[in-house]
Design a protein around this ligand. Structure first.
Ligand code: 13P
Ligand code: SF4
Length: 351
């Protein structure tokens, strides 16, 4: 079908108004044509596009029908009546959408788009933990693959982890795989946490007779583990009035030294609601641009040396190709999906 030049021009004007500060005009012009094609194809194919808060500004503000954090997008995936879900995020998010909506075609625009947390634990690791600590419920962060979710009793996101742990019937919980999120949840809910120790001879598991309330794992987010208390001190020295927001995948020390901690959407909401001279987000850099585009009167400081290589794999070009070629289709074996569904449904039920 020929390109409607008038509509492309109108798309370009809208993008320029919002994004001129972040994307050069020549690039915006080229992207406007891609945006136009995606939005046309999306209608033709009866597709919905879900965009995580970390998507690049030219995608986040143009083609996504819904944007949000992992929890909000999981809920959208469960509710949609469209035939196709294009997940502009990483693989574990697209898998979660497939677990919730098995009758839909779920597409991830990049072949891999992994996550260091999801890769830090296997289903076999979870089975070993369950053997060592029988009867202790397993809560897995949504940043895990479907086979790990299938071994878990509950899933959670950074948006509802504390609530979920506090609502459990059990005093004890195995919380996987993010060492730092687990540490932050333990701190907020006043629980003592222990971790398996990495030794030359392999993992040394905590004694099950120890006095503990949470058992964690040694996974870390390769992005958030890079922020340090020293960074915060330096920034505060230079900008004493800065308001610092840290994602709970940052270390408990970094969260403690910050002014606010919450999921990506909670951070966006906090910037909207808190009146400060300037803000610093300790999370993936694109989100700062997305917030700045929506709040032109708020000054955002950037730490853009820290990027998530996996989220950055998703581009407008790939999203178009994904719709054109129906790629990459996310499949979850039915027996794993059914077992994982229980944990994921429990996750989206916690408000
Ligand atoms: P949110 O659920 O807060 O969006 O976090 C997802 C994530 O991967 C952060 O690194
Ligand atoms: Fe995974 Fe970290 Fe990237 Fe989030 S930012 S997708 S936790 S690697």
């Amino acid at each position: 079908m020929p390109i409607d030049e008038k509509s492309v021009q109108a798309t370009f004007e809208r993008m320029k108004e919002k994004l001129a500060e972040f994307v050069p005009e020549t690039e915006l012009r080229a992207k406007a044509e891609i945006v136009h094609k995606i939005n046309r194809l999306k209608k033709e194919r009866n597709a919905v596009i879900l965009g995580h808060n970390y998507m690049e500004p030219a995608l986040y503000h143009t083609v996504a029908d819904y944007v949000g954090d992992s929890l909000e997008l999981s809920r959208k995936a469960a509710e949609t009546d469209k035939d196709i879900i294009v997940f502009c995020g990483v693989r574990f998010m697209a898998e979660t959408a497939k677990i919730l909506s098995p009758e839909k075609t779920v597409l991830l625009p990049a072949k891999k788009a992994g996550c260091s947390l999801a890769e830090s634990i296997t289903a076999e690791d979870v089975r070993e933990l369950k053997k060592r600590y029988p009867g202790v419920p397993v809560v897995s962060y949504v940043n895990t693959y479907a086979d790990v979710k299938a071994e878990s009793d509950y899933c959670c996101t950074s948006g509802n982890a504390v609530k979920l742990v506090q609502q459990l019937d059990s005093e004890r919980v195995i919380f996987l795989p993010d060492e730092y999120l687990a540490g932050n949840v333990a701190k907020e809910s006043g629980k003592k946490i222990v971790f398996p120790l990495k030794t030359a001879a392999g993992l040394r598991y905590p004694d099950p007779n120890l006095e503990y309330a949470m058992i964690g794992w040694n996974g870390r987010c390769e992005v958030h583990e890079q922020f340090t208390v020293e960074d915060i001190k330096n920034i505060r020295r230079q900008f004493p009035d800065v308001y610092i927001l840290a994602h709970p995948e940052c270390s408990p020390e970094v969260v403690e030294a910050s002014d606010f901690s919450g999921s990506t959407s909670a951070m966006i909401k906090a910037v909207r609601e808190v009146n400060a001279s300037r803000y610093l987000l300790l999370t993936e850099c694109s989100m700062g641009d997305n917030i700045a585009a929506e709040n032109p009167n708020k000054e955002m400081l950037r730490l853009c040396s820290v990027r998530c290589p996996h989220m950055n794999e998703i581009t407008l070009e790939d999203t178009l190709e994904s719709l054109e070629k129906t790629q990459y289709v996310i499949e979850v074996p039915e027996d794993i999906r059914r077992r994982a569904l229980r944990a994921v449904e429990r996750m989206i039920a916690v408000v």
